[in-house]
Design a protein around this ligand. Sequence first.
Ligand code: AMP
Length: 357
Amino acid sequence: MTQIAPGGTIGILGGGQLGRMLALAAANFGYRCHVFCPDKNSPAFHVADVVTIADYEDEEALEAFARAVDVATYEFENVPGVTAELVARDTLLRPGVRALKTTQDRLLEKDFLNASGVKTAPYMAFETADELQAAIKEIGRPCVAKTRRFGYDGKGQVMIKARSDIDRVIEVTGGQPAILEGFVNFDREVSVVVARSASGDVAAFPVSENVHTNHILDTTSVPAKISDMVEAKAKVMATRVANALEYVGVMAVEMFVSDGSGEIVVNEIAPRVHNSGHWTIEGAETSQFEQHIRAICDLPLGPTDARGNVRMKNLLGADILDFEPYLEDPKAHFHHYGKKEPRPGRKMGHVTWVDVK
Ligand code: AMP
């Protein structure tokens, strides 16, 4: 396996806050980062050594980027497949094209998870209104319709409880390929952030418990309020997913947990560092961002233990303007992503509280 020693250059596709925090972690180990993003106002540009402002379809720019870096990675999962293939032709791309393609499509993702022995909600693919009716008959109500691609923060989704909800589905999916999922009556949503290095070492962080508001992550808490057995099982499932994908880097596996039965089903996987792992920056022995850099550069993975009870809160939109209380709070760690416009719902920063053990 190819190790990229400190001092090397890491390419990052995508220039959002995840790219920014990756570049900051990389700098601690002496790496330089080259960030590729079409948006000239990208938060990751502020902390990058070199930037490329070009479209993801710009073959010439992608080739030059790939040749200029020792390893490339991505900070969002909707990097077009062709873009990833182009980059992978000229440099190491970690995680690889397979991880990206599998997780970009909810149907491929669920097929892959079940084939790997990891349980998901029951699901069926559909496109037309007739196929939708057949899927509802099979899966039953309540259920959730989701577009196969490009869904995030609840977009492209319809919860089907009453018969009248069915009419809205094709409106939302627009006849694009979609899946119908059985509704999971869960007690809590958790995630496991897990790293697998290029050499195949795997390390999972403690399970975090996530609360969403309006489909956007609001808070993450560690430890999650689950039994030791569920904690262990969730980590085993995430490890199995990372190994089955021969994944390299950090990924997040989102799961639904039912307290009574202790049953866990996987909702989705994100082939990148994840918002529900931000707590690790101050709350764990190694941050998810440093761990990703270690994994893709094939360095030894760091310890993943939590340093105490940890809580992370996202600062959305105008929340970011009211930062002073966080600076006055001795247990709070404040993060500002450097974005100019605090649009409603936009992730502008986060705060982490660590109650050291
Ligand atoms: P997703 O985009 O798949 O992460 O879904 C967004 C949110 O919708 C999840 O975080 C859950 O709160 C809820 N959700 C999604 N799928 C299901 C399901 N099959 N059963 C119950 N709730 C769901």
